[in-house]
Structures are given as C-alpha cells and as structure tokens.
Design a protein around this ligand. Structure first.
Ligand code: ARG
Length: 265
C-alpha cells in the first residue's frame, strides 16, 4: 500500500515541479487572493524570518546547510554526481523579487541506499558560496524530535493547487510514531526509526506538493532554530488523520555531517 500511494504523491510532486517552472511568471500579483493561504493553512513569512529557506528549480524546497550546501529530499533529485542543471533561489520571500540570490548547482549527493522509501535526504552543492545568509543547523540528537514545529515553503496552498510566489509558513504539532502508524492514520507505513510525523488530527495545516525537501524546524534550548525534519510525503495535503511525514534528521545527522565534509563543507 505504501508504495503506490507514495508513488502517487511523488508523481504529483514531479508534475507540480514542471508546472512551477511553467507558471511562475503568471502567479498572483502582490495583494491578490491567496495572500494568507499556503503551505496549507499557513501565512506569509516575512523577509529574513527564515533566511536559510531555499527554493529549488525542480519545484522543491531546501535549507541552506552551509555556504555551498543545500539540504533537500532525495526524492527531489535524480542520482549522485555532477549536476549543473538546478537553480537555487534564496534570500527572498518573493520569488519574483529583483533582490533574490540565485546559484547554479555543480553536484548532487543523494542519500546512499535511497530506493524511494525512507532515507529521503540529499545535498545540492552550489557552484559558488552564498555569503551573508544564515544557515540552519541540523538536530544532532532526538531531543528536539517533539513539540511544535514550523514548516515553510513555496509549495501548493491547497491539495492540487498552484505553487506559490510568496514563502508561506505554519506550525504543526508532533505526532508520535505509534499514533502515526495506527490504523486511523498510516496503518504501519511509517518507518518509525527514520521518519517523523507532524500535523493536526483534524487536518487543515500541512506541507504539500512543492514543499518537499524543505525543512521542518523548531527552537532549541538556546532559542536557536534547529532542523528536525525534511518534507517527504503524505496522503494528500492537510487531510484529517493524515499528518505530514518528514525525514527524521536526527537519525541521519552523523551521516549528513560526514557527507557535508566529503562534499567540501
Ligand atoms: N512529496 C511532496 C513534494 O514532493 C511533499 C508532500 C508533503 N505532503 C504532505 N501532505 N505533507 O513536494
């Protein structure tokens, strides 16, 4: 069951990516409807609120991990190797802003062993460093894998809806593996060790197609932002009893850090 539904979600994501590129110029003008909707059930982020948020040209999100590395989802990229085809856009909430920073990729590193289920993380290396933009540290232990999380992205604001011009944000509560894997939710489809669920039982707020690869984050004990998840999959968007499913970053933290070192930072 997991495989077909996951594949369906990912096919939609690929379509959304194509549509994004095609329609980005035709999105709503400032002040038009949708101003408060997205991520699903979100509101607009302000400039500088989440400086490390990255939009990727294949229609995914990402987080700036270092001056040259963007952490995203494995299902957003093809395979490990030289790749100069991806454009990363950051430093703005409005993707049409003339002050946006853009960088081309020069390499993609997809999680070793990724086959479409679990291990949903990847790095995109930028051809030149981004300076003066804060990075988002990853959670190195499970200490922050609970509580209330922030999600953000330029993905669809409704299930099946258009990609967004303005960065949207929302908060969602942690859902335990036991609850998320219960028969009323994902009925055993969650890989408890390396996926983390978040959302409301009643639905209404969630990441959606095009948010994939973007971070889910919260404040740590020093009040600094820390990344706990990577947008991975879900059954539709914001449906009741269908929380968003995120890569559990803490589980991969050591592997991610080692890969970053190998990639040159
Ligand atoms: N796989 C989707 C993407 O590629 C993200 C899905 C997230 N879905 C959810 N209901 N939280 O953009």
């Amino acid at each position: 069951m997991r495989s077909w539904r996951t594949l369906l979600a990912r096919t939609t994501a690929t379509l959304a990516a194509a549509i994004t590129v095609a329609s980005m110029g035709a999105l709503a003008a400032p002040g038009a409807a949708h101003a408060d909707a997205s991520v699903v059930g979100g509101t607009r982020a302000t400039l500088g609120e989440f400086p490390w948020m990255v939009r990727l040209s294949m229609g995914c999100g990402g987080a700036l991990y270092s001056s040259t590395l963007v952490l995203t989802a494995a299902h957003c990229v093809s395979s490990t190797g030289t790749n100069t085809s991806i454009t990363a856009t950051l430093g703005v909430v409005d993707l049409n802003s003339t002050s946006k920073i853009t960088r081309k990729s020069n390499y993609v590193y997809r999680a070793p062993g990724y086959t479409g289920s679990g291990k949903d993380w990847a790095f995109i290396r930028l051809a030149s460093p981004v300076t003066g933009v804060a990075t988002l540290p990853i959670a190195k232990t499970t200490a922050y894998d609970t509580g209330t999380f922030t999600i953000a992205g330029w993905g669809a604001a409704t299930e099946g809806g258009a990609q967004q011009r303005y960065l949207l944000k929302a908060t969602v509560p942690f859902v335990s593996d036991t609850t998320c894997n219960s028969s009323s939710m994902y009925n055993g489809e969650i890989i408890a060790s390396n996926e983390i669920c978040a959302g409301y039982t009643a639905g209404g707020t969630d990441t959606c197609q095009g948010d994939s690869g973007g971070p889910m984050f919260r404040r740590d004990s020093a009040n600094a932002w820390v990344q706990v998840g990577i947008v991975s999959w879900g059954d539709g968007c914001a449906r009741p009893n269908k929380p968003g499913v995120y890569t559990q970053v803490s589980y991969f933290a050591a592997t991610i850090a080692a890969a970053a070192t190998t990639l040159g930072g």
